[in-house]
Design a protein around this ligand. Structure first.
Ligand SMILES: C[S@@+](CC[C@H](N)C(=O)[O-])C[C@H]1O[C@@H](n2cnc3c(N)ncnc32)[C@H](O)[C@@H]1O
Length: 266
């Protein structure tokens, strides 16, 4: 039966990929599975189960499909500690303002994390000195980012005092980001593969966990794009598992190698 096959697939995902399906809406899992099934030429869950058994390499593609929009507040807290303690003070000292690009922002958690840290660094009364361009190719996640409404469990990594200061609990139990955070961020649809930056003279680009489907050539083009969009001394923050290839690593100096923080070379 179709529903048994779907349950069997979920069990296999949990066991093999260690992804908890209960963390996702069922419709989301079905949509992502259907997209992989189409690519693999499978017309039923049962056929896809057999395909996975015969093609173990498919598991990694399925993992990427399931985590394509996955994000969270303070994802990898160590990197945000560096951004808060080292990068923002340096940028402010040199430029007196902060222009950031959060590229591939998904449903907004990374951009709002940066906005919280900027508000903490500048003070809420000085946030007019900061702008965050937050972009993604996917209109659906961008709509959620613009809404800025999250479940309580999504906030677990944000220190409690900062939740109280920067978000409001609504009557329905959901949390909404406060207007001062929204006022810093411009959410826009933008395709990173089009070769145009969203802005120039940027002080920092955060593009994290976005390039899983990019070819080496596309990743190199992206590094050149960010290099061109940054001001001298601007910072480039990548995801922990991402890297600069030898073709482009001369464009940046390393600021922190384990957290993948780089500085533009002129
Ligand atoms: C896994 S999420 C990462 C979100 C966030 N940066 C983080 O680290 O938590 C990857 C995001 O990249 C976006 N993305 C993928 N390809 C893109 C492209 N060509 N241009 C812009 N965004 C893209 C996806 O829509 C998705 O929302």
């Amino acid at each position: 039966m179709e529903s048994d096959d779907f349950e069997a697939l979920k069990r296999l995902i949990e066991k093999t990929l260690r992804i908890k399906c209960q963390n996702y809406k069922e419709a989301y899992i079905r949509r992502r599975l259907l997209s992989r099934m189409r690519s693999a030429g499978c017309e039923s869950y049962d056929a896809y189960l057999r395909y996975l058994r015969d093609n173990p390499g498919e598991f990694e593609l399925l993992r990427n499909a399931l985590t394509i929009n996955v994000t969270e507040f303070y994802r990898d807290p160590e990197v945000f500690e560096i951004v808060h303690r080292e990068l923002f003070p340096t940028i402010l000292k040199n430029r007196g303002r902060v222009r950031l690009w959060c590229a591939g922002c998904s449903s907004g958690e990374e951009a709002y994390t940066l906005a919280i840290l900027l508000a903490e660094t500048l003070g809420i009364t000085n946030i007019r000195n900061a702008v965050i361009y937050a972009t993604d190719i996917d209109e659906m996640v961008l709509a959620r980012a613009k809404d800025g409404v999250y479940e309580e469990k999504a906030l677990s990594k944000i220190p409690e005092a900062l939740v109280r200061k920067h978000l409001t609990r609504r009557e329905d139990g959901l949390y909404e980001v406060r207007p001062h955070l929204r006022s810093m961020i411009r959410f826009t649809r933008h395709d990173l593969m089009m070769g145009q930056p969203i802005a120039r003279f940027l002080d920092m680009v955060s593009c994290r966990n976005v390039t899983i489907y990019f070819t080496e050539a596309q990743k190199n083009d992206l590094a050149r794009l960010f290099h061109g969009a940054l001001s001298p001394g601007g910072f480039y923050v990548m995801g922990k598992t991402e890297y600069l290839s030898r073709e482009v690593d001369h464009l940046f100096k390393t600021h922190n190698s384990s957290q993948k923080v780089f500085v533009k070379n002129d």
